[in-house]
Design a protein around this ligand. Structure first.
Ligand SMILES: [Zn+2]
Length: 200
């Protein structure tokens, strides 16, 4: 990179380029946009970042992020403690909450097993899930993991670890998406939807 900017700006660009989806080029554009909108963007963003760094923590029960520990979902007595939905990351938990179709609790694994990336079981929060599942009140653990090779490998591993916990272990159905036209779907999705068919 041309050393045309000062060290403060270079550092800002270097940090921004580490964000998901931002390469060097987009990091430079982002840095410039921030610096040009000092009052509207740069200062409020700096304050929001500082506040998040100071207040947001990982929930020691489910692994989600919130300003309280236990998080608001774990502390919410109106949610069904008999159901635990297992997700890969907090982003998946947010997606599930946006869908507003689940009123139980969550467990964030913190990743997926991956032989390629060298991620083993010890890197994931499986032990604490097994401990939670063994709790008297838990009836069902729902594995809401990605429909990828790593996602399915992880789902099978977690299901095996839960085998002795005395809970039902279920997985999300796979098939035709809402608003989906069969003509546009890949063969794997159509085959899954056919296998997972149910009475009309
Ligand atoms: Zn929690």
């Amino acid at each position: 990179m041309a050393a045309s900017a000062g060290p403060e700006i270079e550092r800002l660009i270097a940090l921004l380029s580490k964000l998901p989806g931002l390469g060097q080029r987009s990091a430079r554009r982002t840095a410039l946009a921030l610096l040009k909108k000092r009052e509207q963007l740069l200062i409020p963003l700096a304050e929001a970042l500082a506040l998040a760094a100071e207040r947001v923590k990982t929930c020691t029960v489910c692994g989600s992020l919130d300003t309280t520990d236990p998080c608001a979902i774990c502390a919410d007595q109106s949610r069904d403690g008999a159901l635990i939905c297992v997700v890969e990351e907090v982003g998946a938990l947010w997606a599930m909450e946006r869908a507003a179709a689940f009123r139980g609790r969550y467990h964030v694994l913190g990743g997926l097993l991956s032989a390629l990336d060298g991620v083993g079981p010890q890197a994931l929060r499986v032990g604490s899930l097994v401990a939670r599942a063994a709790d008297q009140g838990v009836r069902e653990v729902i594995l809401a993991l990605p429909a990828t090779v790593d996602g399915q490998t992880t789902a099978h591993y977690v299901a095996e670890r839960l085998a002795g916990a005395g809970v039902a272990v279920t997985m999300l159905a796979r098939g035709v998406p809402v608003g989906g036209d069969l003509d546009w779907l890949d063969d794997g999705t159509i085959a899954q939807a056919m296998r997972a068919r149910r009475p009309a």
